[in-house]
Design a protein around this ligand. Structure first.
Ligand SMILES: Nc1ncnc2c1ncn2[C@@H]1O[C@H](COP(=O)(O)OP(=O)(O)OP(=O)(O)O)[C@@H](O)[C@H]1O
Length: 322
């Protein structure tokens, strides 16, 4: 008789549990009855056309807004309706528009991010009061570790305002990580980044996840979000349209329809479309020039069309599929 032993992995802990979150501004319902769960070890994406309610939802999760209805729990406990208390509880975030202390150094910005984990408060950190300096030594080591982690240790003494844009975005992430979060919310972390910076941001987010921090990320760059995320939820006009794996969401016709008229970032732009059209027109001209006058169109070998057709297909597919 054979016995089989099966080992089951421990179920992932629910880090964030948002239930029925609704946010109204007067007559406008920006977020309507949205449920979302993020588990430990996960990277979850939040997509949706402009004005879909993504940032408003983030604001409801982080205590900036008190939802009109619904409840948000972090590791089983209902979150307090104050952003600094939410940060203390373990949720950190970055903003769509970078919010750094421009006249402070890179290191000081990260140290300010540690204030929820030190006895001295935010004002002490900002005004560099004596108490802050005492705790600074202990926090400094941790802050330098974070700067190493994001690759900015060599710029620790630079003023934040002198960093290139992509590095300012990284610094915001380091500052958020300084509060030792269990969940980090990233609002358009690659906005304004070039392709190399975007790839580096992707690696950084994977590394954050590997540190045991769950990630919820808003992005318009579909290629980035579908590469990165374990699950993706799509908001449209404040409501969650679908939630699933990248493949499921990507192929959902309602998602595609929701974006119609608003091309995906990474989808072929006007220039690429013009290139394809020019190539097609060129191929047609060549074809007409090559075909003997008395050859019926149907007799033209299929191969003659292949290169132009292939190049058209691959450009379109590549752009749309990712
Ligand atoms: N404080 C506010 N007062 C009134 N209306 C608001 C407020 N904040 C957001 N809205 C409205 O709520 C809706 C959702 O906006 P929100 O910024 O959350 O969308 P979004 O999905 O983040 O958009 P984007 O991708 O453009 O950043 C919009 O119609 C917006 O005008």
């Amino acid at each position: 008789m054979t016995t089989t032993t099966t080992t089951t992995a421990a179920p992932a802990e629910t880090v964030l549990d948002a239930r029925g979150v609704t946010m109204r501004f007067g007559g406008l319902t920006a977020v309507k009855n949205v449920d979302l769960t993020v588990r430990s070890g996960e990277i979850v994406g939040l997509i949706g056309p402009n004005g879909a309610g993504k940032t408003t939802f983030f604001n409801c999760l982080t205590g900036l807004y008190i939802p009109t209805e619904g409840e948000v729990r972090y590791k089983g406990t209902v979150l307090p309706p104050k952003s600094f208390k939410v940060t203390s509880a373990g949720i950190a975030r970055t903003f769509q528009n970078i919010r750094l202390f421009n006249n402070m150094t890179v290191l000081e910005n990260v140290l300010v991010g540690r204030h929820t984990r030190t006895k001295e408060g935010l004002w002490s950190a900002l005004l560099r009061l004596p108490g802050f300096h005492k705790e600074e030594a202990a926090s400094r080591e941790k802050a330098m570790e974070l700067l190493e982690f994001i690759g900015l240790a060599h710029k620790a003494e630079h003023l934040a305002r002198n960093l290139p844009y992509g590095e300012q975005r990284k610094l915001e992430i380091a500052r958020a990580l300084a509060s030792d979060p269990g969940l980090i919310l990233l609002d358009e972390p690659t906005a304004g980044m070039n392709p190399q910076e975007t790839r580096a941001a992707e690696e950084l987010i994977f590394a954050i996840r590997d540190k045991g921090i769950a990630v919820l990320v808003i992005e318009h760059d579909m290629r980035f979000i579908f590469n990165l995320c374990d699950r993706v939820a799509c908001l449209v006009q404040g409501e969650k349209l679908i939630e699933g794996t990248a493949g499921e969401v990507q192929s959902d016709e309602r998602v595609v329809a929701a974006y119609l008229g608003e091309p995906f970032e990474g989808a072929p732009g006007a220039e690429e479309v013009a290139e394809v059209e020019a190539a097609e027109a060129h191929a047609e001209e060549d074809h007409e020039a090559e075909a003997p006058a008395d050859t019926p169109a149907d007799d033209t070998p299929a191969d003659d069309d292949t290169p132009a057709a292939d190049s058209t297909t691959s450009t379109t597919t590549d752009g749309e599929a990712k």
